[in-house]
Design a protein around this ligand. Structure first.
Ligand code: AOF
Ligand code: ZN
Length: 381
């Protein structure tokens, strides 16, 4: 039978890549592996006039190159240890008796050239007789890269950079982590309009509103690890689990709630974590790193295959991560509250003048009830 993800309409290369990116998004955002999608298009019958193979092309070349073609199979990656997107698409094609010889594979990430948890996709595409491979983003992972070169040297036409901005955007956490050799760091702050996370006496429940908190739980379910300092642990005794709201329309329809991914819970600092601390209980793993060295913490997390860590508190930890220059993104939840004499989200950064201030780039702004979520990205040369 036809699989429910089949696409009936013929697609241009651009459309096929946009679809491959959508397929990639179906895979989990968390975990050590990238979200990858693959669409296999039937051979272009007007092959002689095709312009594919142009290195570095950023969009479908001439009119011939973007002639719509039938979709033979699609695939995507569902998490570490499961087949890669290309292998998934090839397996579906073969299961439905579709011949992909001479076809074009449109893949969001350069096909891998290594045997890791699964076999090399470049060789699998070659063995299947695919004639052309179109890629969005090259693979910066040194153990896996080289797939495009391997394919080219065996006569396959390869082009890269199609919808590269979208591809980079989808994979930005994974790409940053692979390139930097450490987890991507998102700093979460929940503050008053005047930048306070707590009042002078330390009380902080609740500055931001329920929609902000619900949003933060949704984010928790997409990261590999949540990190707080022992100060926050002693003050709040948090569970650090992900408890995202059930999407509307899915309540009471008889379908059991899908299990929520629980990030690794990380506590840093030299003070002891009590045996009955809530962070030890419930779902999800827990680790205590008895150090204040940010780079050591990130190295330990990288060794645990953490690609994305959400730093949730408090000011001492936030200041240490910002000072170390490793914060890639800030999720700033701001409530329309003035606290006045309070504790700041981030402490002293060593500068005295406004010229020393660290400037960030606004990525998105979203209203959450009374609050606003501003996502800011690090500006690095
Ligand atoms: C994926 N899914 O669809 C593609 C990947 O640990 P392994 O053996 O699964 O290999 C993971 C590497 O393979 C990954 O870091 C990336 O460099 C490459 N491509 N990975 O998980 C995919 N195409
Ligand atoms: Zn692969």
């Amino acid at each position: 039978g036809r699989d429910r993800h089949s696409v009936d309409a013929p697609l241009t290369l651009d459309e096929a890549m946009a679809h491959a990116l959508d397929l990639a998004r179906r895979g989990p955002a968390h975990g050590p592996n990238p979200q990858v999608g693959c669409v296999i298009l039937a051979a272009d019958t007007a092959d002689a006039t095709r312009t594919a193979g142009t290195p570095g092309a950023t969009s479908a070349g001439g009119a011939e190159a973007s002639r719509p073609r039938r979709v033979l199979a699609v695939g995507w990656h569902r998490g570490a240890g499961t087949p890669h997107a290309e292998a998934d698409a090839l397996a579906r094609a073969s299961a439905s008796g579709v011949d992909v010889r001479g076809a074009t594979a449109v893949v969001t990430l350069e096909p891998c050239n290594h045997t890791g948890r699964t076999g090399p996709c470049a060789q699998a595409l070659l063995d299947a007789g695919v004639a052309e491979v179109v890629v969005s983003v090259g693979d910066p992972n040194p153990v896996a890269s080289g797939g495009m070169g391997h394919l080219r040297s065996h006569g396959v036409a390869v082009r890269t950079g199609l919808l590269a901005d979208e591809g980079e955007e989808l994979l930005r956490v994974w790409l940053t982590s692979v390139r930097a050799g450490r987890p991507f760091v998102t700093l979460k702050t929940a503050t008053s309009l005047d930048g306070c996370v707590a009042a002078a006496d330390g009380s902080s429940r609740w500055i931001t509103g329920p929609q902000s908190r619900a949003h933060a739980h949704t984010v928790r379910a997409t990261v590999d690890a949540i990190l707080v300092g022992t100060g926050t642990l002693l003050a709040d005794d948090p569970t650090l689990t992900a408890r995202p709201p059930v999407p509307e329309g899915e309540v009471g329809d008889g379908v059991p709630e899908p299990a929520v991914h629980q990030p690794l819970r990380v506590v840093v600092g030299e003070r002891a974590v009590a045996d009955d601390a809530r962070v030890r209980g419930g779902d999800g793993r827990f680790v205590h790193l008895a150090t204040h060295d940010v780079h050591e913490v990130l190295a330990r997390l990288a060794a645990l295959e953490v690609r994305h860590v959400l730093v949730e508190g408090g000011p001492t930890v936030a200041t240490a991560f910002v000072t170390a220059g490793v914060v890639d993104e800030i999720h700033s939840y701001v409530a329309p509250v003035l606290v006045g004499d309070g504790r700041r989200a981030v402490g002293a950064l060593g500068g005295q003048s406004i010229d020393d201030a660290v400037r960030w780039s606004t990525s998105t702004v979203e209203r959450l009830g009374e609050d606003v979520l501003l996502v800011a990205r690090a500006v690095r040369p």
